[in-house]
Design a protein around this ligand. Structure first.
Ligand SMILES: [Zn+2]
Ligand SMILES: [Zn+2]
Length: 316
């Protein structure tokens, strides 16, 4: 039987925040303009899934119908595998008052595994959420699911979205979309875009001491920025962030372009557009022995967006 988890971690992406047991980790993340999906597993099995969809404000949402559709699909799959399956809709595991007035409906099922499900609709941001906590028979899943479900928040109170995933913790403006992410042992990168002109990427590397062995932060940054150095003329300066244990380098870049491209580019410019600029900050966090990078490329005004991202960053 699974032992009840005591330590919980916070996760945040695209305006959603939640708490989950510490020993679950994200194995799948998908974020598009109107949808997002996250899956968490422990060492043995899938433990949690959350999908979120933004619907039109006039769309009628029938949570009961949706719950029944989810369950009937699961029942069919179980039948095909020759497994027993039982289900219950409207289990009242959480009430409206516990989820700040959102329309909510909970359901549960038992087959080879057991599950607690929740559907909710938020009238403020028009998001429909479907969440599932999965466990093994005999586990006290209701308690766990209730704690998790009531800790979910589906929209941020301001224009900034917190992203707290894979050891990164920072805020990105809500007009930026996640356009790519990479998660490897010792390396994580999230890439965001707004239109064609503005992008921000954030990254972290583990074992900073090993990475800096026999090299310097400048050289490492040059290596990391290799692709950008083809397009930008980059200058840098050494900085100390907050405390002396955070040595870093700040990068400033101006687009370099062949004359022909430049002329073409200038012709296409509207009065408000600017030449693309690069701003970056790479630093070593001694508290965590990690290296972090924030890199922004922008051709629009909004000068201090980069600073705001950097200021929101929690590296330890
Ligand atoms: Zn909402
Ligand atoms: Zn730090």
């Amino acid at each position: 039987m699974k032992t009840p988890q005591t330590d919980w971690q916070q996760l945040a992406w695209a305006g959603i925040t939640l708490f989950a047991p510490n020993d679950w980790y994200v194995t799948h993340l998908r974020v598009t303009q109107n949808e997002s999906y996250i899956r968490m597993e422990d060492d043995e099995m899938v433990r949690f899934e959350l999908s979120c969809m933004t619907v039109s404000p006039i769309q009628q949402i029938n949570l009961r119908e949706q719950a029944e559709a989810i369950l009937s699909k699961m029942a069919k799959e179980a039948k095909r595998r020759g497994e027993e399956f039982s289900q219950s809709v409207d289990t009242k595991l959480v009430g409206r008052h516990q989820v700040k007035g959102r329309d909510v409906l909970t359901f549960s099922w038992a087959g080879k595994y057991i599950g607690e499900g929740m559907l909710w609709w938020c009238g403020k941001c028009n998001k429909v959420l479907a969440a599932h906590v999965i466990g093994v028979r005999g586990e006290k899943l209701k308690e766990l699911a209730k704690k998790l479900f009531t800790g979910i928040s589906d929209h941020s109170e301001d224009e900034w979205h917190r992203w707290k995933l894979f050891g990164l913790d920072l805020k990105i403006h809500s007009s930026m979309r996640l356009c790519g992410h990479k998660v490897e042992a010792g390396f994580v990168r999230l890439q965001f875009k707004r239109g064609d002109e503005d992008s921000i990427e954030v990254a972290r590397w583990s074992t900073a001491d090993l990475m800096l062995k026999g090299t310097t932060l400048d050289k490492l940054a040059a290596q990391v920025l290799k692709e950008h150095l083809k397009k930008f003329e980059v200058s840098y300066r050494h900085v100390h962030l907050g405390s002396s244990s955070h040595e870093g380098i700040e990068l400033f870049g101006k687009a370099k372009m062949p004359l022909k491209t430049l002329q073409l580019f200038l012709r296409q410019l509207t009065k408000r557009s600017l030449m693309p600029r690069l701003r970056g900050l790479m630093w070593k966090c001694d508290d965590t022995n990690r290296l972090f990078l924030v890199l922004a490329i922008t051709a629009s005004e909004g000068e201090n967006e980069f600073e705001q991202v950097v200021n929101s960053f929690k590296c330890h």
